[in-house]
Design a protein around this ligand. Structure first.
Ligand SMILES: *Cc1c(COP(=O)(O)O)cnc(C)c1O
Length: 373
């Protein structure tokens, strides 16, 4: 099979050196292995600009959603009320989780191309004083919009409520001052901006809020407090840990440091993103989100005006030439998405531009030929 690079928001293209770490079958109860877990937890706190004892870090088996579900169901219960500010599928998924777990919730739905408004959240808390927790997504991967968590954090903290952020597709790729914002739980996963492979999610928790989760979770395997309690002793995971993923992630963190940390990585991603939007504009392909709110991770583009455009056809054309892109996920327009995170550089963006340009030209030529016949 021909290899291709992923222009998707995770799993993403990783380095060969990250993949190579997975050739070792590590023993889980070995001290070296436990120390790797502890080092990962320490480094993640550093990336969030927080430290012990105010904050602590928990690693949780499974994909990103397992992390979100673990936090929501361990922190909020039937006696609480969750306010979910949503503007995409991942915000909707939080509501789905609350529904399944029987957590009372209020959903504030914003249009997919608009960011949730902090004033509206203040109003909702005033009108519904039973609200105990507020949750939202930072980078809504559905559209690529980057939500303003700073202004919402201010409102939530002033109101003394618990603030939960799904920063799955932004953590490590966008700098987030977790401590300054007073975020209580922030969730991301191994296979997004840190550039590891899939297998676990991680949660940075304000310790006093995590303590309140003791004995609260209705699920055994997603019990955030119990997971932390075991891991905190010496780095041992509760239940089998994804050893290969953990080794790859430790290497991904080292490579991130070598690149120059979040500062350098976010600069690279933002550069990729700017170039992508600029080059596709030359082809008449416009982004769905307007400038100011467009995030640096993934971009939703409208289909080109040409009525005979077929996404499947373009997808295949691009894949045969070494890249995989993403279908659209917004519900109100025909779109496709291109991610620019992972081992992706401006050179890749230029190549992709060339491929799409060629695809559109080929199509136009075919149509002209047909008309002439
Ligand atoms: C990737 C992602 C998730 C997690 O999705 P999984 O498929 O469970 O890994 C959650 N929220 C956002 C915003 C994401 O981008």
């Amino acid at each position: 099979m021909m290899n291709y690079k992923l222009l998707t928001p995770g799993p993403l293209t990783t380095t060969d050196t990250v993949k190579k770490e997975m050739l070792f079958d590590h023993c889980t109860w070995d001290d070296d292995y436990k120390e790797i877990t502890q080092e990962i937890r320490r480094k993640l706190l550093g990336l969030a600009h927080v430290g012990e004892p105010e904050y602590t870090c928990v690693l949780m088996q499974g994909s990103g959603t397992f992390g979100v579900e673990s936090v929501l169901t361990s922190s909020a219960g039937p006696e609480d009320c969750l306010l979910i500010a949503s503007n995409g599928a991942y915000g909707d998924r939080m509501a789905d989780i609350a529904k399944h777990a029987g957590i009372p919730f209020i959903q504030y739905c914003e249009e997919y191309d608009r960011v949730p408004c902090a004033d509206r959240i203040r109003e909702l808390i005033q009108k519904n004083p039973e609200i105990t927790h507020v949750s939202m997504v930072h980078s809504e991967t559905t559209s690529g919009i980057l939500n303003d968590i700073a202004s919402v954090a201010k409102v939530v903290k002033e109101a003394g409520r618990v603030f939960i952020v799904d920063a799955m597709s932004s953590f490590g790729g966008v700098d987030i001052p977790v401590g300054d914002l007073g975020i209580d739980f922030i969730i991301s996963s191994a296979n997004k901006c840190i550039q590891g492979v899939p297998g676990f999610s991680f949660i940075i928790c304000r310790r006093d809020e995590l303590m309140k989760c003791n004995g609260k979770a209705p699920s055994l395997s997603l019990d955030l407090y119990s997971q932390w309690e075991t891991m905190e002793k010496d780095g041992k995971w509760r239940f089998t840990s994804p050893t290969h993923t953990v080794l790859a992630f430790a290497q991904a963190l080292r490579e991130m440091e070598e690149e120059g940390g979040i500062e350098a990585r976010s600069r690279r991603y933002a550069g990729n993103n700017r170039l992508l939007i600029e080059k596709l504009a030359e082809l008449g392909i416009r982004p769905y989100i307007e400038g100011e709110y467009q995030g640096p991770i993934i971009t939703t583009f409208f289909y080109p005006e040409d009525s005979s455009f077929s996404f499947e056809e373009m997808y295949r054309y691009i894949k045969e030439r070494g890249y995989a892109i993403y279908p659209g996920k917004v519900t109100d327009a025909d779109t496709f998405r291109i991610g620019n995170i992972g081992e992706i550089y401006e050179d890749d963006i230029i190549k992709l531009y060339g491929i799409i340009k060629e695809f559109l030209e080929d199509k136009e030529n075919q149509e002209n030929d047909r008309e002439e016949q």
